[in-house]
Each structure stands twice: as structure tokens, then as C-alpha cells.
Design a protein around this ligand. Structure first.
Ligand code: GAP
Length: 516
């Protein structure tokens, strides 16, 4: 969809997701619930396949990574120990004229980004002017206008972040005023005070109000892994290095939830904590950074859509951190985080629980707190990355167009659709026989309604890689046509060869083999 704007392309993705049963607004019947979504009949299949791809790559193929399914509710002290009670905050500010609420840090980052874009424009202009002799690095560091834009962007961010870290909210707010950062809706800089807002959802456990204890819905799945470290290590007799992986729901009361399923209040994470000997963490950090990028690339969405963003400013518990960013319709944004978290989490749980959380190393005969390298990817974000990239409006040779969802074959909701050419002459019965054979290995649909061309288009729109057409010749010689979604090419083959033929191109194994 290269001939339309990114905004229009994104609108089409959202509309397509609804029209074809991928994603619905939660509680739509009651006008919806903001930033909460339901996955429909096709969405749940795609989502399950993406989760399976992750699970098989991270657990089944690893040998030293085991799974876990910890509860959403955890002891409230867990969130004290993890730092979420005190520090899982976003700075919030309201515009008094539009009454709109914003994350102040996002407003400041957007402002800094605009300054950087101005610098980029200057560089582009100079590039055109000077041609082949242009030295971009030199120009960026010496041209007064470019230097001014870039240093201003850095200075604004530094001033704002410093104020936040010091808890000086008046000073942080003053940055918006001084830089004349305005509300995109009202255009005014009439801002309220800035406040910190904790993102955890609180709830109560217990039937009697006085006895009820405050609980939180987990804002990440990782803490379930940390508090089970010893349980898994001991019962599984695991030796370092080893990993624990889990997928599951997480909840964050995001101040501004925008961009469809990119930032939700209820979402799903796929996280793996890799426990290593202190001192070896950088080696494992590099290993997992590479492995996770390869995993994304194997999906085939295009290498130029990914990039690493190495964190310069690290959280106090991390000694290295990077994001894998993906080019969403609204720009490059974080898809996955890979963090070297030192022994922070296990040590904190040791401190807050009063119990020893250490590993006895039989090779060195000593006990110590392992270091952790974490990989954490949002399943819904991954879903959006795949869906948005896959949606295509293809102009065909005859000038007509077709909507085609070019999903990676192995994760498509339905892998094969069986289409009897006519609804008579025994064709539907043969279609049923083929369906009965294939359904053991694949998600199969049978579609008998409408003309065959219309049925192909319907399957293209939900991303079905193959259509099997049953015609009169099939009754005579037990052959069918197999139509490929992307090339639209058809081959004729024997029904008995269908399974092995499909296995080669649409099975999860075929995708996983790209990793090794
Ligand atoms: N345990 C580390 C952790 O939770 P994070 O960067 O806060 O790190 C990890 O989250 C991933 O979870 C992100 O890279 C993103 O893909 C996903 N994620 C985070 N917040 C999200 C939200 N509100 N909606 C959808 N996905 C989200």
C-alpha cells in the first residue's frame, strides 16, 4: 500500500482487522472500553500461532529453557521488592483548555524528535546541494543550524529527565512552558501541575472489607519467574546457565493508550529470564540480542523494518539494554526489550522475603545470586507488526485489484481452504473427505458459497496461504488444484500428495527450521 499515507494505511489495518474477525473493541456493544481489545475468530488463531512460534523457539528448541505459568495475582510485597510500587510511574499532565490528558515525557520526546527531524531536513538539503562530495558526519558536527537543533533536543530532554529523577515536578513542567510545548488539540500551553501516576491496577482480595488485602494485577510476567527461580531450579535440577519462559497477560493503566493494540491496558507478554553466572552476562546478552533478532527476521517481514536501539541511559539495575524496534505504520517503535538486569531482582526478593534466593554452583562449590538476561516481547505488538505489514492492496495485470494479507504462511489463521467448484455432483462430498484428512495437521476451512473467484478473494483477505479446488476432474483422477496466495499460481497434484506438499511450506516446523 505504498501509494497512500501511513495514517491512511494504519486506518485500513484497523478497519480490516475488524471486518475480517481479527480484532474487536472490547465491550463494543456498550460503546467499548478504551485500550482493551478482543481477538476474533481469525485473530485468536493468528495470535496462538505467534505464541506457539515463540514458545517452540524459546523452550522446545533450547534444551536448557523450561516453561512456567505463574498466577496473575501475586503477594503485594512482590511489587514493593520489584520497585513497581514506588517507581512504576508515568508523569501526567492535563491541558486546561482542551481537558486532554498527556504523558509529559511523551510531549517532550515528541518535541525533541521534531528538532531532530529539522536537523535531518537540513542534512538532506545539503546532501542534494553537494552531491557525491558530501561528508554527512562532518556536516552534522559543524553546520551551526544542525548543531543547534541537535544540541537543543539533547538539552531539553536532559533538563526534563533530570527534573523528573529529582522529583522536581515544577521544574519538569517549566520545561514545557519554556519550550512553548503546546497541546495538539487546543494549541495552548495552559498546563496543570505535573503529577506522577502509578500504572498498576489495584484490586482487593477477600470478602470482608476489613480483612481484604490490596493486590495488584501484574504489570509484567517477569516477577512470576523471579519468585519461582528456586522452585524451578531445585525441582528441575537445573544448572546455570538456564532459562525460564512464560507467556501471559499483564495489565497497565496507561495514561494515554493510543495506536490500536500497540499500547493496551490489558495485553500479553512473552518473557524469558536467562540465569547466568555473574561475569558471563555480557556474553549472554550479546547471544540473546542476536538470537531474538534472528527470530524476528525469520518471519520474513523484511530486514529493513527492524533496528536495534541500544539504551544509553540505563535503569539503575541494568548494565546493558536494547530494544528491537519495528517500523510500524506510525514509525519505528519498541517491539521487544532485551535487558541485562544483573542480580537486582533476585537480590531484592531475597531482601524483602527474608529467605535466601541463591544458587549453589557444584562446579565452583560456592553459593551466589545469579545474574539475569531478560528477553521480553509483547504478543499484541508482534501481532500488529505482522498484520500491518501483511496487508496489501495489489493491482493485478488486468487493472483490477485484490486485498491480500501476506501473512507468514506458518502463522496464518487458516493454512488451507478447500473449495468445491460446484455445490453438486459429489464435489462437496469429496471436499469433506479431503478436509477430514488434512484437519489433523492443519487449520482447514471449507468454503462452498459464491463464485470461485470471490472465494479466492475471501481467503486472500484473511491470509490463507493455499486454496485447494475440487472440480470434476478430481472425481475422475483424484487430483486437485493447489493455488498459492502470493503468486496466485496453480498446480495440479494428487490428493494423496497434498499433506506432504503443504507440510513443507506452511508447517510451524518449516518456519522454525529457518532459525537453525
Ligand atoms: N519485564 C520487562 C518489561 O515488562 P517492558 O519494556 O515494560 O519490559 C516489554 O515491556 C514488552 O511488552 C514491550 O517491548 C512491549 O512489546 C510490550 N508492552 C509493554 N507495554 C505494553 C502495552 N501497554 N500494550 C501492549 N504491549 C506492551
Amino acid at each position: 500500500m505504498s501509494n497512500i499515507s501511513p495514517e491512511e494505511a494504519f486506518k485500513r489495518v484497523i478497519a480490516h482487522a475488524k471486518e475480517y474477525g481479527f480484532i474487536f473493541q472490547s465491550s463494543e456493544l456498550y460503546d467499548g472500553l478504551s485500550a482493551v481489545y478482543d481477538y476474533g475468530q481469525n485473530g485468536v488463531l493468528l495470535k496462538n500461532n505467534l505464541r506457539t512460534y515463540w514458545w517452540k523457539a524459546m523452550v522446545q528448541l533450547q534444551g536448557n529453557v523450561v516453561g512456567l505459568d505463574s498466577a496473575i495475582f501475586m503477594h503485594p510485597t512482590v511489587w514493593k521488592a520489584s520497585g513497581h510500587v514506588d517507581a512504576f510511574n508515568d508523569p501526567m499532565i492535563d491541558n486546561k483548555d482542551s481537558k486532554k490528558r498527556y504523558r509529559a515525557d511523551v510531549l517532550v520526546e515528541d518535541y525533541a524528535e521534531k528538532l531532530r527531524q529539522k536537523a535531518d531536513k537540513e542534512v538532506e538539503k545539503a546532501k542534494e546541494r553537494f552531491g557525491a562530495a558530501f561528508d554527512e558526519a562532518m556536516y552534522r558536527s559543524t553546520n551551526p543550524r544542525v548543531v543547534e537543533y541537535l544540541s537543543k533536543a539533547d538539552a531539553v530532554l536532559t533538563r526534563f529527565n533530570k527534573a523528573l529523577e529529582a522529583g522536581d515536578f515544577a521544574e519538569a513542567r517549566q520545561v514545557l512552558i519554556d519550550e512553548k510545548i503546546t497541546c495538539p488539540v487546543s494549541g495552548s500551553a495552559n498546563w496543570t501541575e505535573l503529577r506522577q501516576f502509578n500504572l498498576m491496577f489495584a484490586t482487593k482480595m477477600g470478602s470482608v472489607a476489613e480483612d481484604a488485602s490490596d493486590l495488584y494485577l501484574r504489570p509484567e510476567t517477569a516477577q512470576g519467574i523471579f519468585v519461582n527461580f528456586l522452585n524451578v531450579q531445585k525441582t528441575g535440577r537445573m544448572k546455570l546457565p538456564f532459562g525460564i519462559a512464560q507467556t501471559g497477560k499483564a495489565f497497565r493503566n496507561e495514561i494515554v493508550a493510543r495506536q490500536f493494540i500497540f499500547r493496551m491496558r490489558e495485553f500479553e507478554q512473552m518473557e524469558m529470564q536467562y540465569f547466568v553466572r555473574p561475569g558471563s552476562e555480557m556474553e549472554w546478552y550479546a547471544h540473546w540480542k542476536h538470537a531474538r533478532m534472528q527470530w524476528h527476521l525469520a518471519l520474513g517481514l523484511g530486514a529493513d523494518r527492524y533496528r536495534f536501539h541500544d539504551h544509553e541511559k540505563l535503569a539503575h539495575y541494568a548494565n546493558a539494554a536494547a530494544d528491537i524496534e519495528f517500523q510500524f505504520p506510525f514509525g519505528f517503535k519498541e517491539l521487544e526489550g532485551i535487558h541485562s538486569r544483573t542480580d537486582f531482582d533476585l537480590s531484592r526478593h531475597e531482601e524483602f522475603s527474608g529467605r535466601k534466593v541463591q544458587y549453589f554452583d557444584p562446579e565452583t562449590n560456592e553459593s551466589y545470586t545469579p545474574y539475569v538476561v531478560e528477553t521480553s516481547v509483547g504478543l499484541d505488538r508482534l501481532f500488529l507488526a505482522v498484520l500491518a505489514t501483511a496487508l496489501d492492496e495489489e493491482v493485478l495485470e488486468d487493472g483490477s485489484s485484490r486485498t491480500v494479507l501476506r501473512l507468514p504462511y506458518a502463522v496464518a489463521p487458516t493454512q488451507v481452504a478447500i473449495l468445491p467448484l460446484l455445490k453438486k455432483d459429489g464435489l462437496p462430498e469429496l471436499a469433506q473427505t479431503v478436509y477430514n484428512e488434512l484437519r489433523w495437521d492443519f487449520q482447514v476451512a471449507v468454503d462452498e458459497k459464491d463464485a470461485i473467484g470471490k472465494r479466492y478473494r475471501r481467503q486472500d483477505a484473511v491470509g490463507t496461504p493455499y486454496c485447494v479446488t475440487i472440480d470434476h476432474q478430481s472425481l475422475v483422477d483424484e487430483t486437485v488444484t493447489l493455488r498459492d496466495r502470493d503468486s496466485m499460481k496453480q498446480i495440479r497434484l494428487n490428493i494423496k500428495d497434498l499433506r506432504s506438499n503443504l507440510q513443507e511450506s506452511v508447517s510451524m516446523t518449516s518456519l522454525l527450521k529457518k532459525l537453525i
